[in-house]
Ligand binder design. Structure first.
Ligand code: AMP
Length: 215
């Protein structure tokens, strides 16, 4: 299974990806997570990426394409993988197709998780992540029992720098302009599938599983 998750920021791609990892034992490749790790480690790549991320803009294609090329070639991707947050524009999608064709392992499905804009705003502004175990919460929809503290491990919860309101608006605009056209791109290739991203996480996950298992 070589899956691309499509959908606006806050649509639940990361949440569904984590459940897919558990069920199918394949890795998630999240360019956002890789970039945030580089920012946290203070690498030169992280320093370059941070200026774009804080503004809600896309990091240059040359940076993210290099990261993904390296990652899909690693051993744990032989059984398949879930791409989350990549590709983000047509240029990235074209390079990805070319690289995967050369490897003889094209994408199997591009799955859109479809969510309305007003719901996205609440999901993004309310999102909190555990510093310690990365467990995600939402202060509107799935609040932790104790404010600011992870239910699972007691770690401190934080709000991502790019989940502030102004940056979110910019990220949603960037999505409409650059990432939404990917739906057409994958539709033309005949691999686009979609699920409504509202309802319980488990209900959505059931539909996701049916799709990836070709049911
Ligand atoms: P995400 O966690 O996927 O919402 O990504 C957070 C931020 O990382 C984005 O707003 C971009 O600045 C950057 N980013 C993540 N993936 C990509 C990508 N494929 N291309 C360019 N920038 C990206």
């Amino acid at each position: 299974m070589r899956l691309v998750l499509l959908g606006a920021p806050g649509g639940g791609k990361g949440t569904q990806a984590k459940k897919l990892i558990e069920k199918y034992g394949i890795p998630q490749i999240s360019t956002g997570d890789i970039l945030r790790a580089s920012v946290a480690a203070g690498t030169p790549l992280g320093k370059e990426a941070k200026s774009y991320m804080d503004k809600g803009e896309l990091v240059p294609d040359s940076v993210v394409i290099g990261l993904v090329k390296e990652r899909v070639a690693q051993d744990d991707c032989k059984k398949g993988y879930i791409l989350d947050g990549f590709p983000r524009n047509i240029a990235q999608a074209e390079v990805l197709d070319k690289v995967l064709a050369e490897m003889g392992s094209p994408l199997s499905t591009a799955l859109l998780i479809d969510v309305d804009k007003d719901v996205l705003m609440k999901r993004l502004t309310g999102r909190r992540t555990c510093k310690n175990c990365q467990q995600m919460y939402n202060v509107y929809f799935s609040a932790p029992k104790k404010d600011g503290v992870c239910d699972k491990c007691g770690g401190e919860l934080f709000q991502r720098d790019d989940d502030k309101e102004e940056t979110i608006k910019k990220r949603l605009d960037v999505y409409d302009a650059q990432t939404a056209p990917l739906m057409d791109y994958y539709k033309k290739k005949g691999i686009l599938k979609s699920v409504k991203g509202t309802g319980s996480i488990d209900e959505i996950f059931n539909q996701v599983c049916n799709i990836v298992e070709g049911k």
